[in-house]
Design a protein around this ligand. Structure first.
Ligand SMILES: NC(=O)c1ccc[n+]([C@@H]2O[C@H](COP(=O)([O-])OP(=O)(O)OC[C@H]3O[C@@H](n4cnc5c(N)ncnc54)[C@H](O)[C@@H]3O)[C@@H](O)[C@H]2O)c1
Length: 364
């Protein structure tokens, strides 16, 4: 797919456009809403500064619409932000036939999608993802929500956007740490999808000009295929949790202990190494593919360590994820690259050994 080509993926109930010149289809898409109930834009302070001017210049009609901007970052994915957005929509007179445009990363699409889905029992929204995590993952699939009581994504609903417009050009202003963080999710998709996607990811740097475009398309196509087969995560969609059972616990542990500098993707990278290790122990992943996965991840990420004293706390956090069944934990693993499996029971000791494994990588 060429840079300027618009790819329309339609296997979900809503279209997903990808390309660097989406202004025409986007302009056409939003046009009816100006007469039906008005158009509203949600940003955070960074995307307001870096991305809003780009859309305002390219789609004249958007230059004057009401914009609400949240504080950037995960801490905004909370109840008070939802209330602020509802208040703003009410003050502006938004109704059931208005349109909310989520212009930002995964925080803006998770929060904005949730606020829209619950405002007056649901107003239409579209996602214009601007971060790599947003473009490769979060903007698609219908999961919206906020954190509550210290637990990630504790409150939320499945709600589909009317459409998703992915313009990789927005990544030009995304800080490098966030590119790296998003690349972890792309590596995950490639491991689960296998074949040429995996070959591409293992042989290409995300920092090469244009390299991300194909990877985003591959990730989006893969996610759509999984989500279309099981939209509400009753079964196969669980495979997308690969690396995240342990990754989320590591993320929560580092954040709780106030250790700075951990990005979501760094935690997922460590989680994927652990879960590849577990896959090799209990799910039939070959040693050769396991080594291949570890080589690709460690090429891009410094793997975090887990101190022995934190292991019990980590297991407790994984319990919060409702993945614990008695003394066993339930994991999404792989029995080969491109061959994910889900609901695999794993004994505590194997998880413990996987922490031992990542701790010694650091020392190599
Ligand atoms: N719903 C889902 O299926 C799903 C999937 C994966 C992740 N998520 C959620 O997504 C969130 C993480 O996403 P994220 O990393 O995009 O977080 P984010 O929205 O906080 O964006 C990361 C940072 O990049 C900035 N930013 C975004 N686009 C920019 C641009 N073009 N130029 C300059 N700065 C820009 C943001 O202001 C923020 O500071 C988490 O809350 C996670 O739970 C949801």
């Amino acid at each position: 797919v060429e840079r300027d080509e618009t790819l329309i993926l339609n296997s979900l109930t809503y279209p997903v456009y990808i390309g660097n010149s989406l202004w025409k289809p986007l302009g056409d898409f939003i046009k009816p809403y100006f007469t039906s109930g008005g158009v509203y834009i949600l940003t955070d302070h960074n995307t307001h500064k870096s991305c809003f001017p780009v859309i305002a210049v390219n789609i004249e009609a958007l230059a004057g619409v009401p914009v609400f901007s949240i504080i950037p970052g995960e801490q905004s994915k909370e109840t008070s932000s939802v209330e602020m957005i509802w208040n703003w929509l009410m003050e502006e007179g938004a109704g059931k036939n208005s349109l909310l445009i989520n212009l930002g990363g995964g925080v803006v699409s998770d929060l904005g999608g949730f606020a829209a889905a619950t405002y007056k029992r649901g107003m239409p929204f579209i996602n214009l993802p601007t971060s790599l995590i947003g473009q490769a993952d979060a903007a698609i699939g219908g999961k919206t929500g906020i954190n509550f009581s210290g637990i990630k994504n504790q409150a939320g609903v499945f709600a589909n956007p009317e459409a998703v417009f992915i313009n990789p050009g927005f990544l030009g202003t995304l800080p490098a740490d966030h590119i790296r963080s998003g690349f972890a999710e792309i590596i995950k998709s490639a491991i689960l999808s296998g074949n040429s996607f995996w070959d591409h990811v293992r042989n290409t740097s995300p920092y090469l000009d244009g390299a991300l475009n194909d990877m985003i398309i591959n990730s989006v196509e893969f996610k759509i295929s999984v989500v279309a087969s099981d939209p509400y995560e009753n079964s196969f969609r669980k495979v997308l949790n690969f690396g995240h059972t342990i990754g989320h616990a590591i993320e929560a542990l580092y954040n709780r202990n106030g250790m700075p500098g951990l990005f979501h993707g760094d935690a997922v990278a460590a989680g994927m190494v652990c879960e590849a290790f577990i896959s090799n122990e209990v799910a039939g992943l070959s040693k050769m593919e396991f080594n291949d996965i570890v080589a690709v991840i460690t090429k891009h990420f410094q793997i975090k360590t887990v101190d022995d004293q934190n292991v019990e706390e980590l297991l407790l956090m994984m319990g919060h994820d409702k993945k614990r069944i008695g003394n066993d934990f339930s994991f999404s693993l792989i029995n080969a690259i491109g061959n994910p499996v889900f609901d695999v029971k794993v004994d505590k000791q194997v998880i413990f050994n996987s922490f031992r494994y990542i701790n010694q990588i650091k020392k190599l």
